[in-house]
Design a protein around this ligand. Sequence first.
Ligand code: PLP
Length: 381
Amino acid sequence: MEKHVYLDNAATTPLDTRVLEKMTPYLTDIFGNADSPHAVGRKAMGAVDLARDRVAELICAHQNEVYFTSGGTEADNWAVIGSVLANATEKRRKIVCSPIEHHAVLSAVERLQKYGFEIEWLPVNEGGRVETNALESAIDESTVLVCLMMANNETGVLQPVKEGVKIAHEKGALFFTDAVQYAPYMPIDTKEIGADLLSFSAHKFNGPKGVGVLYIKNGVKMEKLVGGGEQERGMRGGTLNVASIVGLAEAYALTRAEMEKNNEKLQRLCKIFLKELGGLSGVSRNGEKEHALPSVLNLHIDGVENTALLYKTDLLGLCFAAGSACASASVKPSHVLTAMGFDEKKAKESVRISFGKCNTEGDALQGAKIFIKAVEELRKF
Ligand code: PLP
């Protein structure tokens, strides 16, 4: 395949070869079903136990609070549906949710609405942040669950989760936070964050696709989402994806160990890209810069539709996103930018550039050059 400059790391990241090395034996020699009681199965389960211990230690949790899932989408669906079904009462039927959540959360919440649960959507400021006073006004004694992500996948803007948890707990509500975009760049300490439920996904931090974690705080009542066998302490059916679970733990351990060094590089790459873009008129950054991930630039390009720009740059050898990956095939304006008050035109003229640890300064420079060329060509028409 022709080499493209890849600046879409919020969509997914390449597998770290050190992770692949750790996974390979579990795809070949150590192939047992982790739930088989014989020696071959026990070997596989030993690897899963070790992976669970490693993840638990890194996120300051107990190992029985870590549940492996098929990724962020399943973890998000389970968090929302499982907690609401297990904890709603006649008096507690309201879900408080930010409108900038990933579709995995939004669709689960909207599904529950069809079954009679009430939703209160939180307002978002023009910088892409939910303000603490909005949480204070929305959460009350009728709230069963609050959903607010750690960091948004389109803008990278960090959300006031710790403050939200405090308010929710004062009112007796549960708190779920999607940490899928946060996990690659910021350390997760479940004790400090305080949320009852927290999700993340391996492919966002150079681990394998199709594996994630749902942290469920001990004592939180949950219904299962995926029924079947008695895997995951009877809470999630399905033969364990041993190699991917091993890969997730290894990728997360490497991410945590190398986080500081990688974040410095990501900040540098963002600066280089923006500096190189400096000569281009009508470019502005969307979302708060002060409370944001070091890896994401959401940019408004005046007068240029993001889908046209995406096709043009793709032909010239650059990959990035028009909004989030899951929504980029749709022509609808981003629900995140719309919630921030953008009109349809401005939302459709915005793009997401996201750097990862595998990018180089050369990628930032080359990427910016291609970007400028594509914008200038499109502006001629
Ligand atoms: N939550 C957020 C914030 C995401 O960015 C994504 C993926 O883009 C998901 C959830 C879904 O995760 P997965 O791709 O592992 O299903």
